[in-house]
Design a protein around this ligand. Structure first.
Ligand code: FES
Ligand SMILES: [Fe+2]
Length: 412
C-alpha cells in the first residue's frame, strides 16, 4: 500500500527560489524515495565490467532501496530487490561476487534464482511429516520486486518505474556528452566512498553548480583549472534533469586579474606546487574541453577533469546524510604512462583530494545554516530564472534545471 503523507505546497512558481524545508522535512524525504528514486527514473547501479560472467553480481541501492544486480546465464542483466520474501533480511550482504545458480538467504536458507524468483524454501514440507509451509502457499506471490535494467557505454542503470529508454531519457545532446568520454571499454582504477553531512539534494545541486567551482575551490582558481575567464558553458537537457558543464582553456585567462580585482580568495599570490606534474594533462577526446562534469538525474555523475575520469553515485542516507560512491576509471587500452597520469590526477578529487573535500564540507554548512529557516527561500538567480543551456558558467541554469525536474517528479 502506498504511503500517504500530507504534501506541503511549493511556495513560489519561479525556479529561482527554493524553500529550505526541502532539505529538512522528513515526510518530503520519504516522498522523494518513492517518487524519484523508485519512480520513473534511471538509477546507476554498477558498471557492466563489474559483472562480466554469468552469476556475477553487485549489490547497491536505488535511493534507499537495497538491490541485487546480477548477470544471468543468457548474458542479460537482472536487478531485483535485495529483501528476502520470508522475514525481510538482505538476501545478499556482500558488495558483490559470483553465485553459481542461486542466492540463498543466510537467515533461514530460502533461495532465489538469478532473476530474483523465490525458488526453494528450506524444509518446505516440514520434517518427519510435521510442520512445513501450508500447501496453499504460493512462492510466486511473494517474490522480491523486479527492476528493469538498461546499459549505456558500459554503465548499468535500473528502474522500479517506467522511464523512457535511456537514450530518450537523456536526449541527444547529453547522450553525445556521455559518449564523448565513455567511448571505449573501461577499466576500474579504484573506488572510494565519501560520507557527506548533508541532504542528498545539496550535493546534486553542488555538482550542477557551475558558479561555485572557481570560487569555493581555491585550487581550481589558483592553478587555472577552471575559471570564468576561460571559455565553456553549461548544457541543460530540455526537461532540466541532466546537465554537462565544460571548461575550455583560453590564453587570455593567463593575464586576467578578474578574481584578484574582486578580492576573491581563490587567486592567492604565493601558492605554488612543488610538483606541478599533477596538471600534466593531454587532450584525449579530440577537442579542447579540459573539464566536463555531467549529471544524469537523479543521482549519477560522470567526471572528466583533464585525464581523471570517474563515475560518482549519490546515495541518500537519511534526511541529513549521504554517501558519495566514487569509481575511478581509465580505458582498457591505456598505456602505462596514461595509467600513471590518471592515478596522479585523481589526487585532484575524491574524499581527500585537493578539490572535492570542500564540496563535502560546504553541503554540511548549508544543512547547518538553514536548520532554523525552513520557510525562507534560497536565491538561485545567477544567469536569470530559466533552465536553458548557456554559454557561460557564471550561471545557475543547471541548478534551476534540477528543481524543474524535481518538482515535476514530486508533483510540486
Ligand atoms: S529471512 Fe530470509 S530465509 Fe528467513
Ligand atoms: Fe565543487
Amino acid at each position: 500500500m502506498a504511503i500517504s503523507v500530507p504534501q506541503r505546497p511549493w511556495p513560489v512558481e519561479t525556479l529561482a527560489r527554493v524553500p529550505y524545508w526541502v532539505y529538512q522535512d522528513p515526510e518530503n524525504y520519504q516522498r522523494e524515495l518513492r517518487r524519484i528514486f523508485e519512480g520513473d527514473t534511471w538509477n546507476f547501479v554498477c558498471l557492466e565490467m563489474d559483472i562480466p560472467n554469468a552469476g556475477d553480481f553487485r549489490t547497491n541501492t536505488v535511493g534507499a532501496l537495497p538491490v541485487i544486480v546480477v548477470r544471468d546465464t543468457d548474458g542479460r542483466i537482472n536487478a531485483f530487490e535485495n529483501r528476502c520474501s520470508h522475514r525481510g533480511a538482505l538476501i545478499s550482504f556482500d558488495d558483490g561476487g559470483n553465485v553459481k545458480q542461486r542466492f540463498q538467504c543466510i537467515y533461514h536458507a530460502w533461495s532465489y534464482n538469478l532473476r530474483g524468483d523465490l525458488t526453494s524454501i528450506a524444509f518446505e514440507k516440514g520434517s518427519q511429516g510435521r510442520g512445513g509451509m501450508p500447501p496453499s502457499f504460493c512462492k510466486e506471490e511473494v517474490s522480491p520486486r523486479k527492476l528493469r535494467t538498461t546499459t549505456l557505454c558500459g554503465l548499468v542503470f535500473a528502474s522500479l518505474g517506467d522511464p523512457p529508454p535511456i537514450e530518450d531519457y537523456l536526449g541527444e545532446q547529453i547522450l553525445g556528452r556521455v559518449k564523448r568520454v565513455l567511448r571505449k571499454p573501461i577499466r576500474v582504477l579504484g573506488r572510494t566512498v565519501q560520507v557527506l553531512p548533508n541532504n542528498w539534494k545539496l550535493y546534486a545541486e553542488n555538482v550542477k553548480d557551475t558558479y561555485h567551482a572557481s570560487l569555493l575551490h581555491a585550487f581550481l582558481g589558483t592553478f587555472r583549472l577552471s575559471r570564468f575567464t576561460q571559455a565553456g558553458g553549461v548544457l541543460v537537457s530540455p526537461d532540466g534533469a541532466h546537465h554537462a558543464s565544460t571548461t575550455i582553456d583560453r590564453p587570455e585567462d593567463r593575464t586576467s586579474t578578474a578574481y584578484r580585482d574582486q578580492g576573491i580568495r581563490t587567486e592567492q599570490d604565493g601558492y605554488r606546487l612543488e610538483d606541478p606534474s599533477v596538471f600534466d594533462g593531454v587532450a584525449e577526446f579530440g577537442d579542447d574541453i579540459k573539464l566536463q562534469i555531467l549529471t544524469i538525474f537523479p543521482s549519477f555523475v560522470l567526471q572528466q577533469i583533464q585525464n581523471s575520469l570517474a563515475v560518482r553515485q549519490i546515495v541518500p542516507k537519511g534526511l541529513d546524510s549521504m554517501e558519495l560512491s566514487w569509481t575511478y576509471v581509465g580505458f582498457e587500452d591505456d598505456t602505462p604512462e596514461m595509467h600513471r597520469r590518471r592515478l596522479k590526477q585523481s589526487n585532484l578529487v575524491g574524499p581527500a583530494g585537493f578539490v572535492s573535500m570542500e564540496d563535502g564540507c560546504v553541503g554540511g554548512f548549508v544543512q547547518r545554516g538553514t536548520a532554523t529557516a525552513p520557510d525562507v527561500l534560497s536565491v538561485v538567480n545567477m544567469g536569470g530564472e530559466g533552465a536553458e543551456t548557456q554559454d557561460t558558467r557564471a550561471t545557475e541554469a543547471s541548478v534551476r534545471g534540477f528543481w524543474k525536474a524535481y518538482r515535476r517528479h514530486m508533483g510540486y
